[in-house]
Design a protein around this ligand. Structure first.
Ligand code: KG4
Ligand code: ZN
Length: 374
């Protein structure tokens, strides 16, 4: 982005509940850990008063992935405007805000620093409490702000602790037992790539662009899921861990034998078959997770998916079916709260503030910060 170029932000609008309460806690949340600069004003009655996302995707597209240095620079140029617009759109000033929250990791550290320093400056200059949000906790808790069924209908599902969570994003792929704010038990995780990474890499091999997840998801809808025999790594083994590298290698092998240029039919079938393998792995691993003694003892009533990959229609549908089979309720964030956004950080800010988890002495943002270290 040039300095003189006008910042193009997406106004995500608000989402209000019937509850209205002047005593509600109002949190300004800031997200900048990857390629979105975003801020939102969310209150403790689960109202999103305003939500602005400036997506850098067009800037990274020509490189086929996020370039950390470019991302950090773009965050610096965008952050002030994104925060200002968030306040203006809600008709609020910084004085109306009760708590400031920002992502303090994990993520691309240049970007994390930008949002974190902005939040620290705002909190210090106004004397407001500050919450250091773990980005993964933002994804993990956002279904408690708003959740829907797999097809996006049924807004208003209440997600209570404990719940079983499939957290699938560009950087992470984990099954977690969420016992409470700051209380995460790791049940399974990927041994190599994340699910989002697998989608992005397969899309790149097919020349479909970045980010690959949404494109592969769309192409898969018109393809034959049985056209290519992708492996289902670890699915014949007990446990809840994932591995996607075998699926990626298979993709490369199939493509090396393909006639070029690839036809639309070939690409659609390829995407559908790849996606079917990913879905089968997720269902297989979650099925084992439900039988894990830690999960059974905790007795979660809700199966939740979160993270960017939670936008995937096939994954949502398959998980909903699995939940029903196991007498559990399925819940997912609405589509606009799955990928990185400021509202999930504001909500995690409120949840942490309510249990007294605020910053009491200066902290350093962390590029790596597992949820189990909270
Ligand atoms: O959570 P997120 O926005 O960023 C990280 O924290 O990593 O997730 C981004 C990831 C990307 O890998 C993207 O390809 C994937 O989410 N994604 C999808 C879909 N939409 C986004 N993957 C599969 N199907 C989708 N519809
Ligand atoms: Zn994320």
């Amino acid at each position: 982005m040039n300095n003189d170029e006008k910042l193009i932000c997406m106004d995500m609008g608000g989402m209000r509940n019937a509850t209205h309460d002047d005593n509600a806690v109002l949190c300004l949340g800031i997200e900048s850990s990857c390629d979105e600069t975003s801020a939102a004003l969310v209150d403790s009655n689960r109202n999103i008063l305003s939500h602005v996302i400036y997506s850098q995707i067009p800037e990274h597209q020509k490189y086929g992935g996020v370039v950390p240095e470019l991302a950090a620079r773009a965050h610096i140029l965008a952050i002030d405007d994104v925060i200002k617009q968030t306040l203006v759109k809600a008709g609020k000033t910084i004085d109306d805000v009760d708590v400031v929250a920002a992502t303090a990791g994990p993520g691309l550290i240049g970007g994390v620093l930008v949002g974190w320093m902005a939040a620290t400056g705002l909190a210090q200059s106004t004397g407001k409490p500050l919450v250091a949000v773990n980005h993964l906790e933002g994804h993990a808790l956002v279904p408690r702000l708003h959740a829907t069924r797999a097809d996006g209908t049924g807004a208003g599902i209440d997600v209570e602790f404990p719940y079983l969570l499939m957290l699938a994003s560009g950087g992470h792929c984990q099954i977690l037992l969420v016992r409470g704010v700051g209380q995460y038990e790791l049940i399974g995780q990927t041994l190599d790539d994340s699910a989002g990474e697998a989608y992005d890499k397969v899309a790149k091999m097919l020349g479909l662009g970045y980010p690959g997840g949404p494109i592969v998801d769309k192409r898969a809808q018109d393809g034959n899921p049985r056209a290519f025999d992708f492996p289902r790594p670890l699915c014949d083994k007990p446990g809840c861990d994932f591995s996607f590298s075998g699926i990626k290698t298979a993709a490369r092998t199939f493509l090396s034998r393909a006639e070029t240029p690839l036809t639309d039919e070939y690409i659609n079938d390829f995407c559908a078959s790849f996606q079917a393998a990913v879905v089968d792995c997720i269902v297989n691993r979650l099925n084992n997770a439900m039988r894990d003694s830690r999960v059974r003892d905790a007795g979660p009533k809700t199966l939740v998916v979160a993270g960017g990959v939670a936008k995937n229609s096939a994954i949502r549908a398959a998980m909903e079916k699995l939940a029903k089979k196991n007498n559990m309720v399925f819940a997912a964030p609405p589509m606009n709260l799955c990928t990185d956004n400021g509202a999930m950080i504001a909500w995690a800010g409120i949840e942490n503030y309510r249990v007294g988890r605020v910053v009491v002495e200066p902290i350093a943002p962390r590029p790596r910060w597992p949820l189990t270290e909270l």
